[in-house]
Design a protein. Structure first.
Length: 268
């Protein structure tokens, strides 16, 4: 090949390489300007923007997938030992629930379900058949009465041996709430605070009132007996959840005695 022609080709190749280098420099400068202005240098989405964000971990490491979502409510179960069905609630009879107070009174809720509608009841305070409680005269204060869903005017107090008659709208369901006092006998000798408490329904037995069950709640309750039953049946109480319970027993024999270590005044 002629030397002059060869030099011409070499010159063309060098010129072409210089042009390509210059073009690359221009593009690089434009990209740098975009980055400086805050624009992305490439249209390709980053890994962080294309990957879905992970959910924040649960605050409780023990939370299970089946747990109710935040803000939702779930039904609460009744505390252990609280009756939700049976005598006095869904069947004919009387259910008495009581909790001792530091003073030795009993806070009582009494529910009665009658076999047929009634328009009145007798309220009476029974003397306990237990020899240790002979002569004890209970008293009822702060009485509230509800026939079905209708509140009823209640006597201000019930005391003494004479029954009190309360008129009602025709109903098969009756609820009473009251403070039962003057039933505690302090054992001696005994640990400080240990007492015997007489418990009995306030509503007098009738042909439509049925049997009776009783629940005495409290960490200090130690025993529950039925002194009106035959001797072999008097040890009638049993622990059930948070309560000592007894029954059902016939309404005529519905007298109970709870042995209780009273809570200290001011204890929660």
């Amino acid at each position: 090949m002629d030397e002059a022609v060869l030099r011409r080709w070499v010159g063309l190749v060098v010129a072409l390489l210089c042009f390509v280098a210059a073009l690359a420099a221009v593009r690089s400068g434009s990209a740098a300007e975009r980055v400086a202005a805050g624009e992305p240098a490439t249209a390709t989405p980053s890994l962080a923007s294309s990957t879905p964000a992970r959910a924040a971990p649960s605050a409780s490491p023990s939370a299970s997938p089946s747990a109710a979502p935040s803000g939702s409510s779930s039904p609460r179960s009744a505390p252990a030992g609280v009756r939700t069905a049976g005598v006095g609630l869904t069947r004919t009879g009387t259910a008495v629930s009581a909790s001792p107070t530091p003073s030795g009174d009993l806070e009582v809720v009494e529910r009665v379900r009658f076999a047929a509608p009634v328009t009145g009841v007798r309220l009476e305070l029974r003397e306990s058949p237990a020899p240790a409680l002979a002569g004890v005269r209970p008293q009822v204060r702060d009485l509230q009465i509800q026939a079905g869903t209708a509140p009823v005017v209640a006597p201000a107090a019930v005391a003494g041996a004479a029954p009190v008659v309360v008129r009602l709208p025709a109903t098969r369901e009756l609820t009473l709430r009251y403070r039962l006092g003057s039933t505690a006998v302090r054992s001696n000798p005994a640990p400080a605070g240990r007492v015997l408490l007489a418990v009995a329904p306030l509503v007098a037995p009738s042909a439509t009132s049925g049997p009776v069950v009783v629940d005495v709640f409290g960490s200090g309750v130690r025993n529950l007996v039925c002194p009106a039953l035959p001797q072999r049946e008097q040890t009638c109480g049993a622990r059930r959840g948070a309560a000592w319970t007894a029954g059902p027993v016939p309404a005529r024999d519905a007298a109970f005695v709870a042995q209780v270590d009273l809570p200290d005044p001011g204890a929660s």
